[in-house]
Write a protein that binds this ligand. Structure first.
Ligand code: NAD
Ligand code: IPM
Ligand code: MN
Length: 370
């Protein structure tokens, strides 16, 4: 059995708590199915800063580069609010994305049948929901230069962030969205703000041209991103694949998370271009949520987003499609059986802890794969 090299970066806050539940699944798959996962661990975010004054070390960057896939928990928290900007916890995550060239971030928002009552929206609005946000992840205002605060010398300062997109960056993310749409409902909605942003004008132009040249079999719509946010809450089932820039994708995916019941439910996968020789893509898998300082250390975190991110890893990095489907079914079954962490529970309903939810998913996965 070939070795499958995984780097685990649990990070801060609830990151290590939810990663512990994935570690149980990996242990089980190695012991009972000879899955051959070889685990390395590293530090990222505040925990890396506390250990060596950087949000990720060169050694851990090298481990990420050598791994077949990286599993990432979450970073950040009030403890590091006043550290220097370039070594803040979030910088470790941004460096991983940029240096590994993980330009395509897939954020699926699926409403599990058992949770169609857990959303803040009406049941018929979200029942059966299955949409995919394809977020550009290595460009835009996150990385554009200049990015600085300058002193204007008159008691005023100026904060500057720069939104930049080149043609090739838009072409490749549009290509990912169209390819994925072909495996789903064959529909892409591109969101930008061409009415106020030059990068939005270029985005719209390049997506339209890419569609006409290579993907005219896929239905394409364009929406201004603000109206798109409204439509996402009004009638989300009109969407199949949404493609957008880095910042809009960040915001729209948190909104989409609430359609599924909780931020604790949304996984993600980030990919680079396929390697010319092996065809393998560099990949990092992480939940959409953050370190949740308000609940960390209390056993309250929902581990499903992290576990579902591992399912994406099985499917996309290791071609273990059957196992990925079983794991997703195990999640669905456990929810069907009524298990709820507090974030997805009705007021005053009985709830389970992070590890109880993780154990239940593992047990169900064990019997499904027996
Ligand atoms: P957050 O996602 O950490 O939390 C938002 C809300 O959702 C909180 O009320 C939290 O308790 C809840 N929540 C999130 N995940 C949950 C889970 N698994 N189970 C149950 N409830 C959950 O966002 P925030 O509070 O705005 O940010 C906190 C820190 O996390 C910041 O430092 C931010 O920069 C960082 N952050 C990191 C990532 C990441 O590492 N990928 C993503 C987003 C935010
Ligand atoms: C996310 C997070 C990150 C982002 C932060 C932590 C850098 O919010 O992955 O959604 O803004 O991309
Ligand atoms: Mn975010």
């Amino acid at each position: 059995m070939a070795t499958r090299k995984l780097l685990l970066l649990p990070g801060d806050g609830i990151g290590p708590e939810t990663m512990a539940e994935v570690r149980k699944l990996i242990g089980f798959m190695n012991e009972s199915h000879g899955a051959g996962f070889e685990i390395e661990e590293g530090l990222v975010g505040g925990s890396a800063y506390d250990a060596h004054g950087k949000s990720i070390s060169e050694e851990d960057m090298a481990k990420a580069d050598a791994a077949d896939a990286v599993l990432f928990g979450a970073v950040g928290g009030p403890k590091w609010d006043s550290v220097a900007y370039d070594v803040r916890p979030e910088a470790g995550l941004l460096r991983l994305r940029k240096d590994m060239e993980l330009f395509a971030n897939l954020r699926p928002a699926i409403c599990y049948p058992a949770l169609s009552d857990a959303s803040s929206l009406k049941k018929d609005v979200i029942e059966g929901l299955d949409i995919l946000i394809v977020r550009e992840l290595t460009g835009g205002v996150y990385f554009g230069e200049p990015k600085e605060i300058i002193d204007l010398g008159n008691g005023q300062k100026r904060g500057i962030d720069t939104q930049v997109y080149d043609t090739y960056e838009i072409e490749r993310i549009a290509g990912v969205a169209f390819e994925l749409a072909r495996t789903r409902q064959n529909k892409v909605t591109s969101m930008e703000k061409r009415n106020v942003m030059k990068s939005g004008v270029l985005w719209n132009e390049v997506v339209t041209r890419t569609h006409a040249e290579k993907y005219s079999d896929v239905a394409l719509d364009h929406m201004l991103a603000d109206a798109g946010g409204m439509q996402l809450v009004r009638w989300p089932k009109q969407f199949d694949v949404i493609v957008c820039d880095n910042l809009f994708g960040d915001m729209l995916s948190d909104v989409a998370a609430m359609l599924t019941g909780s931020l604790g439910m949304l996984p993600s996968a980030s990919f680079g271009a396929p390697d010319g020789k092996t065809g393998m893509r560099k990949a990092l898998y992480e939940p959409v949520h953050g370190s949740a300082p308000d609940i960390s250390g209390k056993g309250l975190a929902n581990p499903i987003a992290m576990i579902a991110s591992f399912a994406m890893c099985l499917r996309y990095s290791f071609d273990m499609v059957k196992e990925a489907e079983m794991l997703e079914k195990a999640i669905a079954d456990v929810l069907e059986n009524g298990l709820r962490t507090t974030d997805i529970a009705a007021p005053h309903a009985e709830t389970v802890s992070t590890s109880e939810m993780g154990d239940a998913v593992l047990e169900r996965f064990r019997s499904l794969t027996a």
